[in-house]
Design a protein around this ligand. Structure first.
Ligand code: GLY
Length: 382
């Protein structure tokens, strides 16, 4: 069985599904190949924060890209929910970033100043003001910033919603269909080998998250991706305990509509397994219960992990690779859910040759590291 499409996407994580939704909506014959099931890896492990402001303290194209993505959700979510029939629980409950160490206080002060300059809604809270925003917060801290505009979704549901809407627009999904290797013809990548046969397309997009580099025969020739495992725990409470998303220096607490509370996440660089260590659970619960003592009353649900795909410079790889016919949309690291909206439209624009913002083309090009290396060599005095 050989099949031919306009666009073939490898990986049905949130970004692969978002790209599929956009390309199929533009009447491009689209297929998604997934080694497991839709959203089986990092997309289902994520806490679903849409924190465009929460991790950035200086201007960059990446900041603008993240802001663009955040601004798309109010319109995109109802559209996806209507087309897919999947509710994604989008809420804009705001985020409190708590300075739990003096170093974090300094970092948050820089972030606050930057966010203000950038015209974002942000408030500095002295320690005695924090409780006025969310009464559940206790323990010792050195102040906080409050980001009113930040919201959240249920990440596994949003992934399914993109996929469902893509199918509604005509995209085909093949689950349990691993991409075993690329097919080259006349120096161009024209297809993908799978146990179910060959799939051909004019444009192939590698969106396999941390697995994107395991694609024979290219592997090492693609831009570097570092797996960073994150472990999370889930609690549940019928009575609301914490209202806002609470972010501290190395953990966060995300209350979900319906009573679930996600506490995340560790950062284990180089790890890819699914196991969750006792140490991670102990660490996350200890920190979260110290900052929000009421969490001790919540009931235990379960613990899980996911693997974030980290690029060499922390920004995603979005664009054409060094190989004709092969594109990449991977390396979203801690921001995959937030960036999913703009990744879909941006990749669809790039594939059609309609992308406008040169700053973004350069900043996210998968070839940027090769170009930088060449510039460094050219610029060296021998
Ligand atoms: N976006 C949060 C995390 O990666 O843990």
């Amino acid at each position: 069985m050989n099949k031919t499409y306009d666009v073939l996407i490898i990986g049905a994580g949130i970004n692969g599904c978002s790209i599929a939704y956009q390309t199929a909506s533009r009447n491009r014959r689209t297929v998604v190949l997934e080694k497991n099931t839709v959203g089986a890896e990092a997309s289902s492990a994520a806490a679903g924060m849409l924190g465009a402001q929460s991790e950035m303290e200086e201007y960059s194209p990446f900041f603008e890209f993240a802001r663009r993505s955040r601004s798309m959700f109010p319109e995109l979510v109802p559209e996806l929910e209507e087309k897919s029939g999947t509710a994604v629980s989008y809420v804009r409950n705001g985020m409190i970033k708590v300075a739990d160490t003096p170093e974090e206080q300094e970092r948050l002060a820089r972030m606050y100043a930057f966010q203000k300059r950038a015209g974002e809604e942000v408030e500095w809270l002295q320690p005695d003001m924090v409780k006025t925003i969310d009464r559940s917060i206790g323990g010792d801290y050195f102040g906080a910033i409050y980001l009113q505009g930040d919201g959240q979704v249920k990440a596994p549901e949003l992934t399914k919603a993109y996929a469902g809407a893509a199918v509604r627009e005509g995209a085909e999904f093949y689950e349990y269909t691993p991409a075993l290797g690329f097919i080259f013809e006349n120096g161009r990548v024209t297809g993908v080998e799978t146990p179910q046969g060959r799939f051909y397309a004019d444009q192939i997009v590698l969106a396999g998250g941390a697995w994107s580099r395991f694609m024979p025969p290219l592997g090492e020739e693609l831009p570097p991706l570092i797996p960073v495992k994150g472990e999370c725990v889930g609690l549940h409470s019928k009575r609301p305990i914490v209202e806002k998303t609470v972010h501290a220096s190395d953990f966060y607490i995300v209350p979900k509509p319906g009573g679930s509370i996600i506490i995340g996440a560790t950062e284990r660089e180089g790890e890819m397994g699914k196991e969750v260590s006792a140490e991670a659970v102990q660490h996350l619960l200890h920190k979260a219960c110290r900052l929000v003592p009421g969490l001790g009353r919540a009931s235990w649900q379960y613990a899980w992990s996911g693997v974030r795909p980290q690029s060499a410079d922390g920004k995603p790889y979005l664009g054409q690779t060094a190989f004709d016919g092969l594109w990449m949309a991977a390396g979203h690291y801690r921001n995959g859910i937030l960036l999913s909206a703009v990744t879909g439209t941006w990749m669809a624009d790039l594939l059609e040759g309609k992308a406008q913002e040169q700053e973004w083309i350069d900043a996210f090009s998968p070839q940027r590291l090769i170009h930088r290396k060449e510039e460094e060599i050219i610029g060296t005095d021998y």
